[in-house]
Design a protein around this ligand. Structure first.
Ligand code: FPP
Length: 232
């Protein structure tokens, strides 16, 4: 069976750029084009949900020129796609703490979400200024703020209720998490949601990740036995 939800850590743009004599920001630009190809391909294959890690809460620690370049890239991506998404069948959602993103980008994100809110096709989640720890803390604060002063801890603080306060509340947990570029870690991405995800790691650098690579990951997933903690 195909995974319903695929999440991707798009790693290796910097190394790819270096290998090809380009700047890191040029690497990110090619990475964003690859992202578009993979989103379209995922839709063709009938994948219902795709979530990608575009910028983490830790990525602010990169040099200013790179951070500015990434923000500009996301802004340009939205400028380029806002018209187009009207006629396509993707639903877009951005997760992460967005107040830090600058008014122009925040406005474009809201526009993208609004235009595609009623679309029924592949649900694309883009994680920007996203970190799992930050998400869980924000969810806990919101959950407690929503309750009366004297809370019944066992009734209010439950797994199901916390899920309803996470940024990802509208989407099921990822079935498959792909990370490119040979790194084997989660880097603060969907840590709660990944409890029973299958992982696929590849040495392929993100800008080289194409449809054939994606198919390879899907095939690998299809050969896994998922038990969710049960015995056979
Ligand atoms: C990791 O590679 C990649 C990122 C931190 C950015 C990922 C962003 C994109 C692919 C573009 C997103 C664009 C849109 C429009 C959503 P790295 O820089 O850590 O690579 P390295 O480990 O080789 O240095």
């Amino acid at each position: 069976m195909l995974p319903k939800h695929v999440a991707i850590i798009m790693d290796g743009n910097g190394r790819w750029a270096k290998k090809n004599g380009l700047s890191r920001n040029e690497g990110h630009k090619v990475g964003s084009e690859k992202l578009q190809n993979i989103i379209e391909y995922a839709q063709q294959k009938g994948i219902q949900y795709i979530t990608v890690y575009a910028f983490s809460t830790e990525n602010w620690n990169r040099p200013k020129a790179e951070v500015d370049g990434l923000m500009r890239l996301m802004q340009n991506y939205l400028d380029k796609h806002l018209e187009r998404v009207k006629t396509e069948n993707f639903k877009f959602k951005v997760i992460g703490e967005r107040t830090k993103l600058g008014t122009k980008l925040i406005k474009k994100i809201a526009e993208l979400e609004e235009i595609t809110a009623n679309k029924t096709g592949t649900y694309v989640t883009i994680a920007i200024n996203y970190g799992s720890r930050d998400e869980i803390i924000r969810a806990c604060r919101a959950m407690i703020a929503d309750t009366s002063e004297k809370i019944n801890l066992e009734k209010v603080i439950t797994e199901e209720n916390l899920c309803q306060y996470l940024d990802t509340r509208e989407v099921p947990d990822p079935d498959l998490i792909i990370r490119t570029s040979g790194e084997v870690r989660l880097s603060n991405f969907l840590m709660w949601q990944a409890a029973y995800s299958e992982f696929y790691f590849t040495d392929c650098l993100w800008p080289d990740f194409d449809e054939a690579q994606f198919d390879k990951a899907l095939l690998d997933y299809q050969n896994r036995k998922r038990r969710f903690g049960k015995s056979e």
